[in-house]
Design a protein. Sequence first.
Length: 139
Amino acid sequence: MAPRKPRKSSPKPKKPVSFASDLLPGFERVRRIAFAMDLPDIEEGSWYGTPGIKIDGQGLLRMKDADSFAVLCPLELKEMLMAAAPDVYFETDHYKGYDGFLVRLSTASDDDIRQRIETAWTMRKEKKVRSRRAGGKRG
């Protein structure tokens, strides 16, 4: 008699991710804007334990608190935006020297948010293309 093949166990269901309820109203606004843009490969997910938007599994933005979200942004543009609109764009010590900053939802327009999402999406896509050209797997 032939030995039995081991039965494959069914995958464990993923636990639904839950976030602090105070983050959800702000995230809903950002999510609505992001998905209305019809950008390829974006998805909703968790990033550092907070709700966020990713592209191909890599973070674009995430909620920092109920009134702000962190988003990728080239350093030169980041400095210019923070100088021009400090009530909208700012950073904490954690973001100094990093290609990202914070956007204050209470003062940002939908167009401000849309532009920051588009810039972050472009950054991730360009990084992925450069990585592929260099022979890397991730981008």
